[in-house]
Design a protein around this ligand. Structure first.
Ligand code: CA
Ligand code: CA
Ligand code: CA
Length: 135
């Protein structure tokens, strides 16, 4: 990605597991390597899927982005496991199917996923990030 001013590459330079915000070394360019761990069904975000997650999702049944309700029985994106905008039986089904999964059982990619401005075509970049300038 490049900034709108001067078309400079963004600073980057983050090593997953050892980087710190703000990232970068002060020079344009560099790889921003950041691994996001997510386990489908882990509604309470503790790294595993258990009956507790089932209860978390159940507390939001019937709630949606249009009718969020109030805590603790409210809509959250974490309860909306299938990301369809509402919390319903399908979300509970995902949790049920994922029970026992944990962050260590998710296969790691063979190599860190990262992009550089030269490794991604402009067409791919536009699909992933849109065409609006970010700076
Ligand atoms: Ca840099
Ligand atoms: Ca969990
Ligand atoms: Ca849902």
């Amino acid at each position: 990605m490049r900034g709108a001013v001067g078309n400079l590459a963004l600073d980057g330079d983050w090593a997953d597991g050892s980087g710190a915000f703000p990232s970068g070394n002060g020079a344009a360019g560099g790889n921003f390597r950041f691994l996001v761990n997510a386990v489908p069904g882990d509604a309470n975000r503790n790294g595993n899927v258990s009956p507790t997650d089932f209860g978390t999702v159940r507390s939001g049944i019937g709630r949606s982005t249009a009718d969020a309700g109030t805590a603790p029985n409210h809509y959250t994106p974490f309860k909306d496991v299938n990301a369809n905008g509402n919390v319903g039986p399908t979300d509970l089904g995902v949790v049920r199917g994922q029970t026992g999964a944990n962050i260590t059982s998710v296969p790691q990619p063979a190599a860190p996923l990262f992009m550089t401005s030269t490794a991604v075509s402009s067409a791919t970049r536009d699909v992933l990030f849109g065409t609006n300038e970010i700076l």
